[in-house]
Design a protein around this ligand. Structure first.
Ligand code: F1P
Length: 325
């Protein structure tokens, strides 16, 4: 995180240049974990930069291009910077809509970085694992810093600089709990719920459980859960809430409802709420600044579940680190 905070600062003039003529809409695009990152980043962008920002899978950008208009900024997110759909989406947006492109990647010399107008690079996000973990968190921080710079919100920017230390403390304080949950053989189904900027990280948490532990997992917007998916919970299910400030009162009522069905609930939140397991993020950060801090918890849960199943969490059999079509 620390290195990316510095790299994005260096790009401040180029970022402001991109926004000299405020875009009418901002499309965040990525694949897999990078798509889920796009969902969280676009929510943060909407709130801070007050611009119409949405997240799409990269393939949708060039297959169903209605999302692009004349004055679009495309934010292409890719750890490798080589994923075919994301490179194709970027080339399409530049060619067909003369869109400007901001790349967020871990590889300075990647194809995506080369064809973008501005690139935010997180070298520390490079990882041997097929599964994205620190690359996800560091590129999310890059998107947050860009939001702070473009919205000229210095207070938000200062809060972001506290993330690395808080993150270290959260991992240290909750390693035992995540190991206990991961190793609990009675938990076989995992559901992750999040609202606003936490929905993208709920989806990413679901993907970690699938990729690393080959476990059944789903993700929903918190309040959507009552509208059908709730029917699947049972005593072998763990529902994890990535609790927000904005939706807290609604989410607390839903927690009570789910627990009354005999299903265990883990809450990750700023202020504790009654649940079977609780991780306190405990910070003076708001919904939009503390989003990255939730990820180490759910990444560790998936890691320990994988190890308890005798799997290699970094090398899922059916996956490759870069998808080239
Ligand atoms: C995107 C991605 C990863 C996934 C796997 C295959 O990669 O889908 O999210 O975990 O590694 O590639 P990238 O475009 O972010 O490099």
């Amino acid at each position: 995180m620390k290195a990316v905070l510095k790299d994005v600062e260096v790009k401040r003039p180029k970022l402001l240049e991109l926004f000299k003529r405020k875009p009418s809409n901002v499309i965040f695009a990525g694949c897999g974990s990078s798509y889920y990152l796009a969902l969280s980043a676009s929510s943060i962008f909407r709130k801070l930069v007050k611009v119409n920002a949405v997240g799409f899978p990269s393939s949708e950008v060039f297959l169903y291009p209605t999302t692009l208009s004349g004055n679009t900024l495309l934010v292409s997110i890719s750890r490798s910077g080589e994923t075919t759909e994301t490179v194709l989406a970027t080339k399409f947006a530049k060619r067909e809509k003369k869109a400007k492109v901001l790349a967020i990647t871990c590889y300075e010399e990647s194809e995506l970085a080369k064809i973008s107008d501005v690139k935010l690079v997180s070298p520390e996000g490079k990882e041997k694992s097929v599964v994205m973990t620190r690359s996800f968190t560091s590129m999310l921080v890059a998107a947050q810093v860009a939001s702070a710079i473009l919205s000229k919100n210095e207070q938000f920017y200062k809060k972001l600089n506290t993330l690395p230390e808080i993150c270290k403390r959260i991992i240290k304080e909750n390693n035992d709990l995540t190991k206990k949950i991961g190793e609990d053989g009675s938990l076989k189904k995992f559901i992750f719920l999040g609202s606003g900027p936490f929905y993208g990280t709920a989806c990413e948490s679901m993907l970690k459980m699938k990729e690393m532990a080959l476990a059944w997992s789903e993700a929903y917007h918190s309040l959507e859960f009552r509208h059908g998916p709730k029917s699947i919970v049972d005593s072998e299910t763990l529902v994890t809430f990535l609790l927000s400030d904005s939706a807290r009162s609604y989410e607390v009522n839903l927690i009570k409802e789910i627990r009354s069905l005999g299903t265990k609930v883990l809450t990750i939140c700023k202020r504790p709420v009654e649940s079977d397991y609780a991780v306190k993020i405990g910070s003076a950060l708001n919904d939009f600044s503390r989003v990255p801090l939730y990820m180490p918890i759910t990444q560790l849960m998936a890691y320990y579940k994988a190890v308890s199943r005798g799997l290699n969490p970094d090398m899922p059999e059916k996956l490759s680190q870069v998808v080239r079509l």
